[in-house]
Design a protein around this ligand. Structure first.
Ligand SMILES: Cc1cc2nc3c(=O)[nH]c(=O)nc-3n(C[C@H](O)[C@H](O)[C@H](O)COP(=O)(O)O)c2cc1C
Length: 189
């Protein structure tokens, strides 16, 4: 068996107990290809609200988040959509990821979103923030999109599902993450 060559961290942008976006992250962990080791970061709610004043002497959670990002090859986010935007939880974690200016923790990280939401499937939440993170130096894996609607009764809170469409969508995203990491590593400096 191949040992994982890439370290992926993953968080969910929902705090809801039966969150379908957390379920997608847990499913990804379960069906992860051998090239990826996916570690769940379940403490992004401990990050303080973004306040540049805090960057002078960053709190422990912020230092830990920056280090966790720097140690990872990729970041996977279960991204719910609230009012056509990322949830405040996800946005706050991603805002911190773009700091400090000049040495952004997210620089060079391969980033992929998976969403289960209402009618939009999370497309609105993903689009704007994806463009900005790409501009700030993340390597965005937007294709193939994981933007699922009405999946609440087809996946349980632990990410168990026998719906091939959900499994295939998540598997395809993980395969695209592997491809992006290989491409990143093959690129000349
Ligand atoms: C305040 C609020 C706003 C929402 N806005 C949207 C929206 O703009 N588009 C959408 O597709 N779903 C929207 N939804 C539905 C959520 O995306 C859906 O409930 C989703 O399951 C939440 O993710 P979770 O199960 O991971 O908590 C909204 C839900 C809430 C609570």
């Amino acid at each position: 068996m191949t040992s994982p060559s890439y370290r992926v961290i993953a968080f969910s942008g929902s705090l809801r107990k039966s969150s379908v976006n957390t379920a997608l992250v847990l499913l990804a962990q379960r069906i992860s290809p051998p090239e990826l080791s996916i570690e769940l970061v379940d403490w992004v709610d401990q990050l303080p609200w973004m306040n540049p004043d805090l960057e002078v002497d960053p709190p422990e959670a912020v230092v830990r988040w920056w280090q966790t990002l720097r140690d990872a090859d990729a970041l996977l986010v279960g991204m719910p959509e609230y009012n056509a935007s990322p949830t405040a939880l996800a946005k706050n974690a991603l805002d911190w990821a773009t700091r400090p200016p000049g040495d952004r923790a997210i620089t060079g990280t391969v980033v992929a979103f998976m969403s289960a939401a209402g009618r939009s499937g999370g497309a609105n939440a993903q689009t704007n923030i994806s463009r900005v993170l790409g501009y700030l130096g993340a390597v965005m894996v937007d294709e193939p999109p994981v933007q699922l609607t009405a999946v609440g009764d087809r996946i349980d809170a632990d990410g168990h599902t026998d719906d091939p469409a959900i499994i295939e969508a998540v598997a395809a995203k993980l395969a695209a993450v592997v491809d992006a990491l290989r491409l990143r590593d093959a690129a000349p400096d």
